[in-house]
Design a protein around this ligand. Structure first.
Ligand SMILES: NC(=O)c1ccc[n+]([C@@H]2O[C@H](COP(=O)([O-])OP(=O)(O)OC[C@H]3O[C@@H](n4cnc5c(N)ncnc54)[C@H](O)[C@@H]3O)[C@@H](O)[C@H]2O)c1
Length: 321
């Protein structure tokens, strides 16, 4: 790989090189001037696979394990971007753009349906237990709560959820324990500005054309995004069904699709631009957005456990104490 002139080369370290870490290796290999120089991972199998990926990509050989970075908040000069890349899925980005330019008016409702396959097998099966991941509504659904909050443009105030583990992983046993993670749920989120969001999650729905269907309704119209069909539909109340516009969305900047429709590649482009701007353009997805997306997930898990609405303040105050 030809290196960029001194000063414009961005050097990356990846902490954890399982499935997602390797996706980032491929993403960065497709970005000029980006170079993975180190990985850290306690699992020898993951390290070996990262070296194999690096060799295949003709990148420099990673040198595991290196020191873990100091916590971002104690180093204000370090730029941090949270990996909420569903914002960058081309069809989702198009829908968000339409909402932000006012095509559907003042947003009142956002519903997100994720109907997909069960959780994949992970290194040492960490994702089979709530105690490791925080639970399904935290670990994987933080993306959807982030999208809701971004689209609604307000603060979540309370959450009510119903969910269970009905089908998946019940026949698996790890060190004598059966997994305890949810495989389906409905979650309702109330926002400060009166808007509401809803997540419909099902992880035994392989027979679906789309994995995500996002629907936003405002006082003027309605917008929908379908992934992976990569279709967006926008309609206005005053032009009815006949006036609904359909867009097929593609982003030519994507050089590596990965498992997330090119979104984790696009988030890297944005992060690299933020680094190169030397503070002029801070990363779009900061720590506050990350915190809120996870806090809604925690509140949803708690709501199922307690059988009642959970206020975000209960979760955030608990986190801070
Ligand atoms: N943003 C997304 O769309 C997305 C998608 C999948 C996973 N994830 C998240 O990415 C993370 C990793 O998931 P994955 O699918 O790559 O899992 P994985 O099991 O494939 O890989 C995780 C890797 O992290 C390593 N690891 C564990 N503890 C470590 C430590 N203290 N220091 C360094 N490495 C450590 C493990 O050995 C393993 O190799 C999880 O937090 C998961 O929720 C995000």
């Amino acid at each position: 790989m030809e290196l960029q002139a001194e000063g414009s080369l961005l050097r990356y370290g990846i902490i954890g090189v399982g499935m997602m870490g390797r996706e980032h290796q491929y993403n960065l290999a497709a970005i000029p001037g980006a170079l993975v120089v180190a990985v850290a991972d306690p699992d020898p199998g993951s390290r070996q696979q990262a070296v194999a990926v690096a060799s295949a990509l003709q990148l420099s050989r990673p040198a595991p394990p290196l020191e873990v970075m100091e916590a971002a908040q104690s180093r204000p000069e370090v730029l941090v971007q949270v990996g909420l890349e569903y914002r960058y899925i081309p069809a989702v980005a198009k829908l968000i753009e339409q909402v932000k330019i006012g095509s559907i008016g003042h947003v009142r409702m956002v519903s997100i349906r994720e109907h997909r396959f069960p959780f994949l097998v992970k290194v040492n099966n960490w994702n089979r237990f709530n105690r490791n991941s925080g639970g399904t509504l935290v670990e994987k659904c933080c993306h959807f709560f982030d999208l809701m909050t971004l689209i609604v443009d307000s603060r979540p105030v309370r959450v009510m959820a119903s969910g269970a583990q009905d089908i998946n992983h019940l026949d698996e046993i790890y060190d004598g324990e059966v997994p305890d993670i949810l495989d389906n749920a409905y979650v309702v989120v109330d926002y400060e500005n009166g808007a509401r969001g809803m997540l419909d999650l099902c992880m035994f729905a392989e027979g679906s054309r789309n994995e995500q269907e996002i629907c936003v309704v405002g006082d003027k119209g309605k917008g929908e995004a379908f992934v992976p069909e990569s279709i967006v539909r926008i309609g206005a109340r005053d032009s009815g069904r006949a006036g609904v516009l359909t867009y097929e969305v593609h982003d030519k900047r994507v050089k590596y699709e990965g498992l997330h429709h090119g979104s984790s590649f696009l988030e890297h482009l944005e992060f690299a631009a933020a680094i190169k701007s030397h503070g002029e353009h801070p990363p779009t997805v900061g720590l506050e957005a990350g915190l809120m997306s996870v806090a809604v997930g925690v509140a949803a898990q708690l709501s199922i456990e307690l059988g009642r609405f959970v206020a975000l303040s209960e979760v955030l105050d608990r986190k801070r104490s």
